[in-house]
Ligand binder design. Structure first.
Ligand SMILES: Nc1ncnc2c1ncn2[C@@H]1O[C@H](COP(=O)(O)OP(=O)(O)OP(=O)(O)O)[C@@H](O)[C@H]1O
Ligand SMILES: [Mg+2]
Length: 252
């Protein structure tokens, strides 16, 4: 069932690797501007779901729609041009460049050597970069090389880079991994603030972090959607308990 508010819609999706069924999802959708958390045991298919929405992995069967475009057979670069941004677990910022220079590089259309070598960002772009750096608490570090940032600060820089690149959908894979408690809290705050302005799908194992996001949760297990609802609802779902406890997984 298509609704106008959906930004992402996945129907009858199957992803197989050499005959192994990693994903088998009847229906999954993200509303425009919503923040959704996807949880599930190791190997549940969470990263594969991100991969298939962003075009990194092909669907074996089924359909993926982003912003009313059927992107099932599109290349990842074309999906990215629709405003789909991906944040991997390991931040992909350039160590030798400053915080500001990393942001400049993330401006739309600047990831080619020619664009990067020529022309300065406009005043408006520069103001936007500084505004975003303010929002992710990195404004005081604007001239620091990225290599001097803490792990948490690198994660925030990467989120800010996605924002400056014009991404409307942020796919964020395990942003709290390896962060201190304080950084985890700030990251949850940041993602919550972005809700409404961007559509965000966060994959996460850390249940304290998930609770702070205070958003709808989808549970994947063995490639299928097992449950969907508030964190309390899914945590009290016997199927979910069984799936986690059956695999000896902590966190429920
Ligand atoms: N490129 C690939 N080739 C073969 N098998 C793969 C590939 N990518 C993923 N898989 C398999 O598909 C299943 C789902 O993997 P996926 O990485 O999506 O799980 P996940 O839920 O993200 O797990 P984790 O919590 O460990 O990150 C796993 O069994 C994995 O081994
Ligand atoms: Mg994963």
């Amino acid at each position: 069932m298509t609704t106008k508010t959906d930004f992402v819609q996945v129907t009858d999706l199957v992803v197989e690797f050499d005959g192994f069924r990693a994903l088998d999802v009847n229906y999954f959708s993200l509303d425009r501007g919503e923040l959704r958390v996807v949880v599930g045991p190791n190997g549940a298919g969470k990263t594969t779901l991100c991969d298939v929405i962003s075009g990194k992995t092909r669907a074996t069967r089924g359909k993926v729609v982003v912003d009313d475009h059927d992107v099932t057979h599109w290349r990842d670069s074309a999906i990215s041009a629709l405003g789909v941004g991906r944040k991997f677990q390991t931040p992909s910022v350039f160590d030798g460049l400053t915080v500001y220079e990393n942001m400049e590089l993330a401006l739309p259309g600047r990831r080619t050597w020619w664009r990067t070598l020529t022309g300065r960002p406009t005043w408006e772009q520069q103001r936007r970069i500084l505004r975003l750096l303010d929002r992710v608490h990195l404004r005081p570090l604007v001239r620091e090389p990225a290599r001097d940032l803490s792990h948490g600060q690198r994660q925030w820089l990467e989120i800010a880079m996605l924002m400056v690149s014009g991404s409307r959908l942020l796919l964020v894979d395990e942003p709290a991994a390896g962060l201190t408690d304080h950084e985890t809290m700030l990251t949850a705050e940041l993602l919550s603030e972005l809700k409404g302005h961007h559509t965000i799908m966060v994959i996460e194992h850390d249940m304290e972090f998930v609770r702070r996001l205070n958003s709808r949760v989808t549970v994947l297990c063995a490639g299928k959607v097992l449950a969907d609802g508030s964190l309390d609802q899914v945590q009290n779902d016997p199927k979910v308990r069984e799936a986690y406890l059956g695999r000896g997984k902590q966190g429920q």
